[in-house]
Design a protein around this ligand. Structure first.
Ligand SMILES: Cc1cc2nc3c(=O)[nH]c(=O)nc-3n(C[C@H](O)[C@H](O)[C@H](O)COP(=O)(O)O)c2cc1C
Length: 210
């Protein structure tokens, strides 16, 4: 079996983290860099991630997450958020950054910026929020894969009250909406001993030939 598939087959969504086992900072930096490297539509990068370290805040978030233990027991907790808007200035700013990185003169991408501004300007606020939210799941997938490749456990979590998260993390002030959480750490030995086989539909159910 390829190492890559073995990694995918052996990772699982951890329910019980061992609070005493912490992920090394150097590995956290790799996970964060994987998130930063994740792609987004038109490279607009609408994903922002809150690295929640404060124990008191984690306790409040747990109460807003149906008391799921991973929120306080995992070594690290990342809240994946999306921008509430994509302003015309923001689109220009991203492309100025691109011009700098690519060594192009300022406004090299002016025409492209105008094209993007027209596309985004034609979308409703709800459509933009939905579009931005979808991009955060790509970053989540990259982070989960980074964890798996480092033999670090994780659990994606959507079971939380987004309004309460917004209040606790003051996300409205930052122009952000919380979409999904990733708890990162190491599973309790007991959970590793009793891992269930992976449950997935057959390949023929996933892939439909036309
Ligand atoms: C977007 C998303 C949200 C999830 N939310 C939760 C959650 O709130 N709590 C939880 O324990 N597991 C959650 N899971 C884990 C799934 O239940 C789990 O990934 C699925 O059952 C497949 O199992 P596996 O990841 O171990 O292969 C979530 C998974 C995803 C992808």
């Amino acid at each position: 079996m390829s190492n890559f598939l073995n990694t995918l087959r052996t990772r699982h969504a951890v329910k019980n983290f061992d609070f005493s086992k912490k992920v090394l900072n150097e590995n956290i930096e790799i996970i964060k860099e994987s998130i930063r490297l994740s792609p987004s539509s038109y490279n607009l990068m609408p994903c922002r991630v809150i690295d929640v370290q404060d124990k008191g805040v984690r306790r409040k978030l747990k109460a807003a997450s149906y008391n799921q233990g991973q929120i306080t027991e995992a070594s690290h907790l990342f809240v994946f958020c999306s921008l509430n808007t994509l302003s015309q200035d923001y689109i220009q700013k991203i492309n100025h950054i691109r011009e700098d990185i690519e060594g192009k003169e300022k406004d090299f991408y002016k025409g492209y910026v105008e094209f993007l501004q027209a596309i985004v300007g034609g979308k409703s606020k709800d459509d933009i929020m939905h579009w931005n939210a979808k991009q955060t799941y790509i970053a989540l997938g990259f982070a989960m894969m980074a964890c798996a490749s480092l033999s670090i456990d994780s659990c994606p979590i959507e079971g939380f009250d987004a309004e309460k998260y917004s209040q606790i993390l003051k996300l409205a002030d930052k122009g952000l909406t919380p979409n999904v959480v990733l708890a990162v750490g190491y599973a309790q030995d007991e959970e590793n001993l009793h891992r269930s086989p992976k449950v997935r539909l057959d390949t023929s159910d996933f892939f439909l030939d036309i």
